[in-house]
Design a binder for this molecule. Sequence first.
Ligand SMILES: [Zn+2]
Ligand SMILES: [Zn+2]
Length: 245
Amino acid sequence: MRLGWLLDWIYPPRCRFCGEPLPSHAEEYFCSACRERIRIVSHPLCPTCGRPFLDGGGEDHLCGSCLMRSPYFERARAWACYPTEAIEGHPLRDVLQRFKYGRKLSLGKPLGRLMARACAPFFHDCTFDVIVPVPLHPKRLRWRGFNQALVLAREVGRGWGVPVDPFILVRSRETPPQTQLAEEERRKNVRGAFALGRGKTVQERFVLLVDDVYTSGATVNECSRTLCRGGAKGVYVLTLARAVS
Ligand SMILES: [Zn+2]
Ligand SMILES: [Zn+2]
């Protein structure tokens, strides 16, 4: 406690996006102005993929894409969403980009803690045997230096008391970046891109898959397919952000 005060005094906590000082000891990541621009995921949402229905109230209901094609995972949830159209200067998108592409590893841990704290209620009825981060291809891992999904997964594992195993899933094939692709292409792009790690099993286990962003869901769905084929009892998905069109 005392050390916490001292650290706050030496390094006052600041908003990770705009640098505005935060009230000391606040378990906050963004200042209130930035926070207002971030849409926290809330009901009504799709009970399967977690897509929030941003306009209007009403009950939770399945979204169009889950109705058309039921995903391999049981449930996906995210902390907050931002618009798919790449708008510059969105606090959440920007911080994630700096963490991921700007290699600001120091941004990752608090984001993971935020995710663990804020998303626990979405999975209050679940018990997980293991947390699996969405893997990067070794080539991309070498280039980036770290797997952002693993950094987040570690904090969630620590917060929820669940072991993290980054070797359960591997990328068996390199895939071109998904960003420019339409939904159908994304699905084809990642088809067969994952495999279970050598000597790894998920037989009869409940798995929580962790990634930074859920966009079309193609990547986490393909990971879930691999885990289900490997005998997982159920796959759940947690991401920090959700890109919503
Ligand atoms: Zn701010
Ligand atoms: Zn859905």
